[in-house]
Write a protein that binds this ligand. Structure first.
Ligand SMILES: *Cc1c(COP(=O)(O)O)cnc(C)c1O
Length: 383
């Protein structure tokens, strides 16, 4: 058996040709590489559906969190105030980033997985006119919930505020078109739904906001305006770019386009999720979220109540069978997650379900039904 499949939300399983694209070296200042950067930016802006040249893409070195920090530090003025919508680790991380940056902020913390809704966001903005920006996580990867970004965007712009979106684990598989959902800037990274390898993130922002961001940043290397301005002028990244990662990403973009773009990629992930969830439910596993909130990115399952179930044994046995799954992040009940993204298809997902069934049998667990406390917890979530 070869390397295991990564059923994790990035790094994830990539195509062979994506890995192969890294087998040569590029000079970062050379015209060939500048052309690669230009193409990468143009393709990403096109994926965001910008048809009037109002948006631009700024790649940033580092993992996704570096780009989130760059986004917040660059677009929120020093005297701005941010409303953070949190329902998991990534929303809380945005709040922590703002604390480091010394930017004023308030948090609506919905706990492990409840979605923020337009009405409560509107009410929070009405009582606090100092709030200039709202940040929301598109798919909160901690639980896999798909947050209602369109509803939030309406509430934000009805009150003249600005929306920033962490679409890290959704962009490329779920539509986030600038003419459908209004926002100023969004952020994602190379190693999620575009299926590249880790090494950089990117911000897609309204050009007027990029202009206005001049002088906001607390950080030299994470200044989105400065990176953008330098790229406009020289076609180069300001500091050493992850050249091999960029080459791999261009191949990943080629495969993305060949698959039918966002619609094609989203359809495969949806099929992955549907096949996997149906199979897991047949084994008795239950999802944390009701169907309406399930993203096609990653799914949280409750751990079975059965006394012989042990997550670390389950994990190791799944790994032996070729699948790396992901521990859960819920604070109330035990859970684990299975990602649907990466170079995997429904046939792989069927094998995942078979492996889970075999593992339960090996452990002597005859039903994967969750504890009553888990079901009671889930009942709090609206259908
Ligand atoms: C992956 C991810 C990030 C960034 O995480 P890194 O580990 O820094 O790449 C941020 N937000 C969300 C929603 C994510 O899924």
């Amino acid at each position: 058996m070869g390397e295991p499949f990564l059923l994790t939300p990035g790094p994830l399983t990539t195509a062979y040709s994506v890995k192969e694209a890294m087998l040569r070296d590029w000079g970062s200042w050379d015209g060939d590489f500048r052309g690669m950067t230009k193409s990468l930016c143009e393709q990403l802006v096109a994926l965001a559906g910008d048809t009037d040249g109002a948006f631009d893409c700024v790649p940033m070195q580092g993992s996704g969190s570096f780009s989130v920090e760059a986004l917040l530090g660059s677009f929120v003025p020093r005297d701005g105030k941010v409303l953070v919508l949190a329902n998991g680790a990534y929303g809380l991380r945005a709040a922590e980033t703002l604390r480091y940056l010394g930017r004023d902020h308030v948090v609506i913390d919905k706990g492990d997985y409840m979605p923020p809704r337009g009405t409560e966001v509107g009410a929070a903005l009405d009582v606090d006119p100092a709030i200039t920006h709202v940040i929301i996580v598109h798919c909160e990867t901690s639980s896999g919930i798909l947050n209602p970004v369109a509803e939030i965007s309406e509430a934000v712009y009805a009150r003249g505020r600005k929306l920033l979106i962490d679409s890290m684990s959704a962009f490329g598989a779920l539509e986030l078109r600038v003419n459908d959902i209004r926002y100023e800037a969004m952020v994602s990274s190379a190693n999620k739904c575009i299926e590249g390898v880790p090494g950089f993130g990117f911000v897609i922002a309204r050009k007027t906001e990029l202009e206005a961001a001049k002088g906001n940043s607390h950080s030299l290397s994470l200044d989105v305006h400065a990176q953008w301005a330098a790229m406009q002028k020289t076609g180069q990244w300001r500091y050493t770019p992850p050249t091999h990662v960029v080459a791999a990403f261009l191949e990943a973009l080629r495969l993305h386009s060949a698959e039918g773009g966002v619609a094609g990629r989203g359809a495969r992930y949806t099929r992955n999720r549907d096949v996997m969830v149906e199979g897991m439910r047949a084994l008795g596993f239950e999802t944390l979220l009701k169907d309406r909130w399930l993203s096609p990115i990653i799914v949280t399952f409750f751990c079975p109540a059965h006394e012989r179930f042990d997550f670390s044994r389950f994990y190791e046995a799944m790994k032996t069978k070729g699948f790396i799954i992901y521990p859960g992040k819920l604070t109330v009940v035990e859970s684990f997650r299975i990602g649907c993204i990466g170079r995997i298809d429904e046939h792989i997902m069927r094998r995942v379900v078979t492996a889970a069934g075999e593992t339960l049998a090996e452990m002597g667990v005859d039903t994967a039904a969750p504890p009553a406390a888990a079901i009671a917890e889930r009942a709090k979530l609206a259908a």
